[in-house]
Write a protein of this length. Structure first.
Length: 68
């Protein structure tokens, strides 16, 4: 488990931060998808930007090398 920070972004500015222990990047991204109904969500693991998720993004597919 690792600590992930998820920032809810509106109009380019962080509005809120969520801290969660997640099993891996995919787990954190799944959480981000649930939070991105009205905001863009930036997902970080420590200082590493994992992804920027917005409503309508396709789910990641671990079998697709183009995913993520």
């Amino acid at each position: 488990m690792a600590m992930y920070r998820l920032f809810l972004i509106r109009d380019g500015e962080p509005m809120a931060q969520v801290l969660r222990d997640c099993a891996d990047d995919f787990d954190a991204l799944e959480l981000a998808r649930t939070l991105c109904t009205k905001h863009v969500v930036e997902v970080y693991c420590h200082e590493r930007l994992v992804a920027r998720v917005k409503q309508g993004d396709e789910p990641l597919n671990v079998n697709d090398a183009r995913s993520g």
